[in-house]
Design a protein around this ligand. Structure first.
Ligand code: IPM
Ligand code: MN
Length: 345
């Protein structure tokens, strides 16, 4: 029997509902595949912050570090100033646990409609490798004379060679392991010449090391267009933190909406826990109404099983998600969709 200790952070808004909708399925998979999940719930999020003043303390980080993985619903509350929870929880976890890769598959599941006219599942099956600890997210910058008409502010895009190299290498490895073995680096070499000069040089080095990978480069603006007009050309896309954030919302819409987009924040060396979460946010407007689609969370759970090495359980869960999406889940609530997935296992 394999045993995993999982920290569960349901978080804000629809986070708790989508996470709890997936729990019976995880219990069933545990029985079926002789796995023991030891789940520990953590209360971090807007309400916990308001009640206790804690966003995510260093002592809590020590506790979280002991787990094999973190399973997260969503973070962000209209009751808290933007940035406090996002930076204090999500980004803190990504940075301090050095989850330097954010894997975001863009895949059209059976029965799901894409808003792109005429495109099918054959056109949409790629993965975005988003660099997850650097770039504009580093937080380097500041302001002066704030609140006056002389106010001057800056926010810098900072990358080290190491951050770029390990991210691109990971992406080349992912491409090497896929059928089509294609990689497209997304950047802005024509304007952001310092940062993308570095990305391009490392990319050129790695291209030599990975002759089996068909590598190409595209500017981010053109990439947005191609993700809509010709997504079939993509297999692995790799890019910076900020560009990856933006293009994966576009990717999510093409795969049927935010309710269908999963992500894995990973530390490939497994030195620290990796974190699995749907791409969508807390959606406070529909929170507590049993309206949210939990499939993105199920897909994130599938990525977690994969990462833990439970390949059979992951494949089983993915097949169940496919069966549910194929049969259609229009008009069904969060719990009902969760039940359908559990029943298919
Ligand atoms: C995401 C989110 C986060 C990000 C926010 C909530 C900090 O948009 O995971 O894509 O920008 O990375
Ligand atoms: Mn985002």
């Amino acid at each position: 029997m394999s045993k995993y200790s999982i920290a569960v952070i349901p978080g804000d808004g629809i986070g708790p509902e989508v996470v709890s909708a997936t729990m019976p399925a995880l219990d069933k998979l545990a029985q079926k595949y002789n796995i023991e999940f030891d789940f520990t719930d953590y209360p971090f999020g807007g309400d916990h912050y308001i009640a206790t003043g804690e966003v995510l303390s260093d002592e809590s980080m020590v506790a979280l570090k002991k787990h094999d993985a973190i399973y997260l619903g969503a973070v962000g509350s209209p009751k808290v100033k933007p940035g406090i929870l996002e930076k204090g929880i999500l980004l803190k976890l990504r940075f301090e646990f050095d989850q330097y890769i954010n894997l975001r598959p863009v895949k059209l599941y059976p029965g799901v409609e894409t808003p792109i006219k005429g495109k099918t599942a054959e056109d949409l099956d790629y993965v975005v490798v988003r660099e997850n600890t650097g770039g504009l997210y580093t937080g380097v910058g500041g302001g002066t004379m704030v609140g006056t008409t002389s106010e001057a502010v800056s926010q810098s895009m900072v990358y080290t060679y190491t951050q770029v190299e390990r991210c691109l290498r990971f992406a080349f490895e992912v491409a090497k392991g896929r059928d089509r073995k294609k990689l497209c680096m997304i950047g802005k070499t024509n304007v952001l010449t310092h940062v993308f000069g570095l990305w391009e040089r490392v990319y050129d080095q790695l291209k030599e090391e990975y002759p089996m990978v068909e590598a190409s480069y595209m500017h981010v603006d053109a990439a947005c267009m191609h993700m809509v007009t010709n997504p079939a050309q993509f297999d692995v896309m790799v890019t910076t933190n900020m560009f990856g954030d933006i293009i994966t919302d576009l990717g999510a819409v093409t795969q049927g909406g935010m309710g269908m987009a999963a992500s894995a924040n990973i530390n490939p060396e497994k030195l620290t826990p990796s974190m699995f979460e749907p791409v969508h946010g807390s959606a406070p407007d529909i929170a507590g109404q049993n309206k949210a689609n939990p499939l993105a969370t199920f897909m994130s759970a599938k990525m977690m099983l994969d990462f833990l090495g439970e390949k059979e359980a992951a494949a089983d869960l993915d097949a169940a998600i496919c069966a549910v999406s194929e049969a259609g889940f229009e008009g069904l609530g969060t719990d009902a969709i969760g039940q359908l997935v559990t029943d298919k296992l």
